[in-house]
Unconditional design. Structure first.
Length: 406
């Protein structure tokens, strides 16, 4: 059986496992009080179970480890080990709470171990600014800085229903495209499995009303570490995507930055403004881009979909620049300019109009109100299916349980 077909089948299994484990895990979290309680900086109004990372971990790991055992890819076990460690740290943080400094140190160690065991990290610029392979004295600290930054960027977007899981699905699919284009089907298939394991959370958090459960730090740190592994894999000097760079002029660094654009640039903006104001960059507040849309009256769904569309627009702009023959340097400058535009400039622009209560701000608020219309009609029908699984889904879950018993 071709590897892509196997990958699709394992992805379907990851989705079914995640969907099956989800209700029991949610009941366990409710029974034991593992909840994300509302406070001044959080957007939910009621306590929500927060053990979703465990569901993604179990369903994804069962499928990906079986798949990799069949295809003998030992170099991929280093990032998977790192993802497991960060999932455990995240769940511990969800249960007990951990100091930000401790988590920061653990993230640095995990990224360093991933680099050492796997051998993939940012050690090649692939023609950007005329640079190729980098020395370890430059690439090692650069990779640790980038890795920790990506993990925290993904962790900080877990604040709106469907945002983190939706970005995870979109990012996994986008990263799998160049891998599939060069025939690197095994890593591409593992990304499909992660996207499939996340899909039930997106469905429940976007459509559900009585069945919501957050990914929590366990899920966001798992996903963030997974994105670090993807970036390192693409930018390594032994990356399978090198033919795209050398033969077709694809900017690998611009591509990875475009996929990660809004989480990365928004995190840089937020942390920079905190430090300018004399605060710790890790102090929580409500100054992220998704908070801005909520302030304008957008629904959680409207906020998530709008930001995903903005991020996809940056990826599309990068792709067009590449297709039109732009140099690697120009591809990067386009991505950076658009990333700054939709985070720094857009945020400041809206805040100025908010202070003036301008017509433009009023129009944006009206647009935000319209985003709540998603909750009508067919949306309600899907919500009923998600909140109360139908008999077909229950039979599917029973079949999976019998499979495991055998």
């Amino acid at each position: 059986m071709p590897i892509p077909i196997q990958g699709l089948l394992f992805s379907l299994l990851a989705f079914m496992l995640s969907m099956t484990i989800y209700p029991a895990t949610r009941r366990f979290a409710l029974h034991h009080g593992i909840l994300d309680n509302p406070d001044a900086r959080k957007l939910q109004r009621v306590p929500v179970p927060v053990l979703g990372g465990a569901v993604v971990f179990v369903s994804y790991y069962f499928c990906v480890m079986t798949f990799l055992a069949l295809h003998g890819e030992p170099h991929m076990f280093a990032p998977l080990l790192s993802m497991a460690v960060m999932t455990g740290i995240g769940i511990w943080d969800d249960l007990r709470g951990l100091p930000a400094a401790f988590r920061f140190v653990v993230e640095m160690v995990v990224v360093w171990v991933m680099m050492g065991l796997g051998g993939d990290y940012i050690n090649d610029f692939h023609g950007l600014w005329g640079l190729g392979e980098l020395s370890k004295w430059i690439s090692a600290p650069l990779s640790i800085l980038a890795g920790v930054g990506i993990i925290n960027a993904i962790n900080l977007i877990d604040g709106v229903d469907g945002y983190c899981s939706g970005f995870g699905i979109l990012g996994c699919l986008l990263f799998s495209i160049p891998m599939a284009a060069v025939g690197a089907w095994v890593p591409a298939c593992t990304l499909w499995m992660l996207a499939a394991a996340l899909l039930p959370f997106w469905l429940h958090n976007v459509f559900g009303k009585r069945s919501k459960m957050f990914l929590g730090d366990g899920g966001s740190l798992l996903l963030g570490t997974g994105f670090v592994a993807m970036v390192f894999f693409v930018l390594s000097h032994k990356s399978p995507c090198i033919p795209l760079a050398e033969e077709k002029g694809m900017g690998l660094i611009p591509f990875t930055l475009a996929v990660m654009a809004i989480p990365v640039f928004d995190t840089v903006r937020v942390m920079t403004m905190r430090m300018i104001r004399g605060r710790s960059p890790f102090d929580p507040d409500k100054t992220h881009l998704h908070h801005l849309f909520i302030e304008m009256g957008f629904s959680h769904v409207g906020t998530s979909l709008t930001i995903h569309a903005m991020n996809f627009g940056i990826v599309l702009a990068w792709w067009l620049s590449w297709m039109l023959g732009a140099s690697v340097d120009l591809q990067l400058y386009i991505v950076v300019a658009l990333g700054l535009l939709v985070t720094f400039a857009f945020y400041k622009f809206i805040k100025i109009h908010q202070e003036r209560q301008s017509r433009y701000y009023a129009w944006m608020c009206q647009l935000g109100k319209r985003s709540h219309r998603f909750m009508l009609g067919a949306w309600v029908a899907v919500r009923n299916i998600v909140d109360k699984p139908n008999q077909r889904l229950l039979r599917l879950q029973a079949s999976i349980r019998r499979l495991f018993k055998k």
